[in-house]
Design a protein around this ligand. Structure first.
Ligand code: ACO
Length: 323
């Protein structure tokens, strides 16, 4: 018998407020054409004043639990991938736990910036395979609008807010790549690149700070590292690119998404793309894309999926799973 962490529920939450690119033209020397051409982004959602990372995460969880026909007390653990938790502590995950009315189990956050969801998924898989949890809610949730420098056109036009959640359950598999569930994970980080993408605030400054990014430098690392980690994860899962139904990449930039698909030898028809509607929602982008891809009817049970992401750290990784 081989244990597998199988997706039994998926859901997402997007704030009501949608901001098109044209809105930035009022305050910044930028325009819709530049943003679209350089990033593929057309609009993004921004959280309302009273919305937080944990409140959006909880809504995404409710949708995932609803799909599975389960309640929060059927869950053993909650992992939230985020870099924008409501407070320095406690974790956003414990706030989600309280919001869901869950009084047992355990909850914690994972912070690997835009790669956070892949790191959280890998940790959830490890908890399930080691028998520490049978059902785990894995969430990516962010309010990057709270760490934007609205005078910096090179960053503030790129990011958005939202949350997505997967509910994983331990199920028996056969040990082959035909099994449903997580088939392999690959995680990497290289702190030598910590200055390419960071927030200039925290306990050392006594401020929340703003996101700072050398976008073109990050871009240079992205395609190569994303293709490499996806290939490593596919090798570990014993699958080849021609078997893959969907790449569900981190949605930072359409040019990175296209470049990585090309390097993996897959056409864009096999890629779930949401960057035009959500912008870069950091750790939320992959679960959002999985949920939207499922709602669109693209992702179906039995499909072979490769997720890959890179973000601040640098941190990057991939997960291969069968839906
Ligand atoms: N409107 C108009 N012009 C702009 C804007 C804007 N919003 N932003 C920057 N420019 C200008 C720059 O000032 C620069 O002008 P200059 O040549 O006169 O100096 C010019 O456009 C080109 O700037 P580049 O940064 O070289 O543009 P590039 O083609 O690299 O695109 C982008 C920028 C979209 C940020 C791209 O580099 C990118 O997507 N990088 C990767 C981002 C990413 O994946 N991050 C990782 C995840 S995020 C996380 O972990 C939190």
């Amino acid at each position: 018998m081989t244990l597998r962490a199988v997706v039994i529920g998926v859901g997402h939450y997007l704030p009501e407020r949608v901001v098109p690119n044209a809105e930035f033209e009022k305050t910044l020397d930028t325009n819709d054409e530049w943003i679209k051409a350089r990033s593929g982004i057309e609009r993004r959602h921004f959280a309302a004043e009273d919305e937080t990372t944990s409140s959006m995460a909880a809504e995404a969880c409710k949708a995932a639990l609803n799909m599975a026909g389960l309640s929060a007390d059927d869950v053993d653990a909650i992992i939230v991938a985020t870099s924008t938790a409501d407070l320095t502590f406690p974790s956003a995950a414990t706030m989600v736990q309280a919001e869901l009315g869950m009084t047992k189990g355990f909850a914690f956050d994972v912070q690997a910036v835009c790669a956070g969801f892949v790191f959280a998924l890998s940790n959830a898989n490890a908890l399930i395979l080691s028998g520490q949890a049978k059902r785990v809610l894995v969430i990516g949730a962010e309010t990057f609008s709270k760490i934007m420098d609205w005078t910096d056109r090179s960053t503030c036009v790129l990011f958005g807010d939202g949350a997505g959640a997967l509910l994983l359950e331990a199920q028996e598999g056969t040990g082959t790549s035909e099994d449903r569930g997580i088939l392999s994970t690959d995680l990497n980080s290289d702190g030598r690149h910590k200055d390419l993408l960071y927030v200039d605030g925290g306990v050392s400054t006594g401020t929340t700070g703003y996101l700072r990014m050398q976008g073109n430098q990050v871009f240079r690392h992205a395609v190569e590292k994303l293709a490499a980690t996806a290939n490593t994860a596919m090798d570990a899962a014993g699958v080849t690119a021609d078997e893959v139904d969907w790449i569900v990449p981190h949605q930072a930039n359409i040019r990175i998404i296209q470049g990585t698909a090309k390097k993996l030898g897959l056409p864009m028809e096999n890629v779930v793309v949401t960057v035009q509607d959500h912008g870069n929602t950091s750790a939320a982008s992959i679960p959002l894309a999985l949920s939207v891809g499922h709602a669109r009817g693209q992702i179906k049970q039995g499909d072979l999926i490769v997720t890959e992401a890179i973000g601040g750290g640098l941190a990057w990784g991939a997960v291969v799973l069968r839906w």
